[in-house]
Ligand binder design. Structure first.
Ligand code: FES
Ligand SMILES: [Fe+2]
Length: 440
């Protein structure tokens, strides 16, 4: 047992207003997180539109566990540990594909499985008679993940057997997904344009904190905004801004703007920043889109959907949504100081083509490793990862707009600049870490 492997040691690392640097630096803690925290929370697996046909699959790793997400012939989504019941080979190693039939066949010794994971056949059957295989774990076939929920085509999994139910875990945060899906007059989103995948050399928590930190753009993105301002000098007054300029300039807003945009914390680490307005609120109208949405949803709901353009909605700990450019980011921790960030874009079915272009443009401008924006953020995350190794203070300050009664209020509106949204992440982190430990 290592010294951090008990609940009190975990609790000691998180104070109401600051967290210990071990959270970002300790390999032992990262291993414990993989097992307890990521086992015990609901994490994003993918979108159903990535596997539209029977037999379509995607593979990915969650908390060190290789997983296989599959569409069966009844149209249901299934998620298995990607491990052959025989000797552990992965059923598929490519990122996506199709099974090519009604069965899954292991590429090693050709054991085959039905779409529900049960073992169908294996070569040299006679040699297994009276061998004990029938009573062994191998005979049960592929192992499904214990928790699986598809919410409006967003696929989530929980790796632990026990634990919180999906609806209790996300609660009101499900409305952030509703907001994205309801932007489609036909209620359908489709992943398009591939994925931007970026490995950053820092702990995953820096990235997730920064999504909830609208105090940083004023300094971190100042140079990008200045460059956009210098380039955008319209020769004729009232010339409509190009999409890239429309997207970059709001990063230059002042502290007052970000303070006033509002934030909201929810139980279990979830949050919305930009509850009143955000850097996405000023994007231009898209032709008849608002009218089409009204026809589909009714006037009131259409107005609600379009008015809500949060800067970020965090479905803690693996997913961040941007409901106006219709993009998402997925956070995949790989090592204590290595994290993969994925940016995916949606076609909002039935909406103008320009909405997809907006999503793709935003991803390129703000999330791509070659972007105007992300490289400045990543520089700071990697700098934090190095800076915290110093013998300076052991604690990371999260005091901005803290008050002592805050921990008793798990469901609260706050200002856009409060670090409450980040403190809220750590209250959930302690909870799911220690509950995961207790349940083993
Ligand atoms: S490891 Fe899959 S059949 Fe042997
Ligand atoms: Fe940033």
């Amino acid at each position: 047992m290592n010294q951090l492997d008990h609940p009190q040691a975990i609790r000691d690392l998180v104070r109401p207003d600051q967290v210990h640097k071990q959270l970002y630096l300790s390999e032992q803690l990262f291993d414990l997180e993989q097992r307890h925290f990521f086992g015990n929370t609901w994490n994003y697996a993918g979108h159903a539109s990535q596997i539209p046909q029977a037999g379509d699959y995607i593979t990915f790793d969650l908390a060190g566990q290789p997983l296989l997400v599959l569409r069966d012939h009844e149209g249901a989504v299934r998620v298995f540990f990607n491990r052959c019941a025989h000797k552990g080979a992965q059923l598929f190693t490519s990122e996506s594909g199709n099974t090519g039939g009604r069965f899954l066949r292991c590429p090693y010794h050709a054991w085959t499985y039905r779409m529900d994971g049960s073992l169908l056949a294996y070569p040299l059957k006679a040699g297994y008679e009276c061998s004990g295989l029938a009573g062994s774990e191998a005979s049960h076939g592929l192992v499904p993940v214990p928790g699986l929920q598809v919410y409006r085509d967003f696929i989530f999994v929980r790796l632990s057997r026990g634990g919180i139910a999906f609806d209790d875990y996300f609660g009101p945060m499900r409305s952030a997904i509703d907001n994205m899906v309801d932007r489609s007059p036909s209620g359908e989103l489709r992943v398009e344009g591939g994925v931007l995948r970026n490995t950053i050399h820092c702990n995953w928590k820096f990235y997730l904190e920064n999504i909830n930190d609208p105090v940083h753009p004023v300094t971190v993105h100042e140079s990008a905004v200045r460059a956009a301002q210098a380039v955008w000098q319209p020769a004729v007054a009232d010339t409509p801004q190009p999409m890239s300029v429309e997207q970059i300039l709001p990063f230059g807003a002042k502290y007052e703007f970000f303070h006033g945009m509002g934030g909201q914390v929810y139980p279990n680490g979830h949050s919305v920043s930009g509850t009143h307005f955000s850097i996405h609120s000023g994007y231009g109208e898209l032709g008849d889109y608002a009218r089409d949405l009204e026809a589909a949803l009714g006037q009131e709901r259409a107005r609600q959907v379009l008015e809500q353009s949060p800067q970020n909605a965090v479905l803690y700990p693996s997913l961040a949504l941007k409901g106006s450019p219709q993009t998402i980011r997925v956070i995949r921790p790989v090592a204590v100081d290595r994290t993969v960030i994925e940016a995916w874009n949606f076609r909002t079915v039935g909406a103008p083509e320009l909405l997809l272009e907006r999503a793709l443009a935003y991803s390129r401008l703000a999330f791509s490793p070659m972007s105007f924006v992300a490289h400045d953020d990543v520089h700071l995350f990697e700098s934090q990862q190095r800076g915290l190794r110093s013998r300076g203070s052991d604690w990371v300050s999260l005091h901005r707009e803290f008050s002592a009664d805050e921990p008793d209020q798990p469901n609260q509106a706050t200002s856009g600049t409060s670090e409450w949204l980040i403190r809220n992440q750590y209250r959930a982190w302690v909870r799911f870490m220690t509950e995961g430990m207790a349940s083993e």
